[in-house]
Every structure is written in structure tokens, then in C-alpha cells.
Design a protein. Sequence first.
Length: 152
Amino acid sequence: MSSSTSFIVVVGFDGSRDSQAALEWGAEEARQRSGELRLITAWTKQPMSWYPAVMETAVGGIAVADSPEEDASTIQAKALKSLEEKGIPATGQVIHSHSAAAAILDAAAEADLVVVGSRGHGGFTGLHVGSVTTHVVNHAPAPVLVVRPKAS
């Protein structure tokens, strides 16, 4: 829990549908409590990879893939811009980490509330709760809110 006077809401954000729902919930919670909203986006460089990666597409064209860090920065920048346009102040960190859960837990050390989506981009689509969410729920030093997106 934070020792400051402001209520701190940490949101794990990877751009997935579930993390977008978590961001919306966390932003509203921070707004209602006149608190601080902090977005955490983690990225990992895969072993034996280099960027920009140049790949041949199925139709014979060439595609250049951004680095995982650039992708994470872009995803977070768009989220922060959207929040700013809505008048919701927020800060963000793009963190190089072997584990998204570890990055969120590090940020949670100062948090009054941690908000995560039930699942991110990775893993198995049949799971109701992903591995990052499970780890955060089991190890966070603050209350954790797990948000599922509304049914389509």
C-alpha cells in the first residue's frame, strides 16, 4: 500500500481486449478516488532474435516487424493518449522484464489497488484466467481486481 496521500491504481496493460477492460475500470476507479493511474506494459526480447526482423510474406512481399519494445511503447502511448483525451491523468512505464507478472508486482509495491485483465495475448484461449493474472493475484501486496471484458 502507498504511504502517500494519493490513491494509486496500477493497471497491467498489454493492449489485449481484457487489459483494455482493466484500463477502463482502473481509470474510473482512479477518477472516483481522485487518485493516480499508472499503466505498466512489459516486454521481453526472445532469445536468438534481433530487430527489426525482416520477413517474407506469403505473397512474396517483405514485411518489417518492430521490436517488442517498440510494440509495447506504441501500445502504451496510444492508451495514454486516449486517457489524456478523456481528461484522465495517467503515467506509464514500459518495462523490459522476463515476466509481465514480475513487472506488475514491482509496480504494485506502491499501489493501493492493482487492476488486471483476466487474460492477455499469450497462453491458451480456453483458460478463464491467464498465468500472469494468477501470479499477480497470488503475490500482490495490494488488493487485486480482475476484470473480464463485457460479453460481445
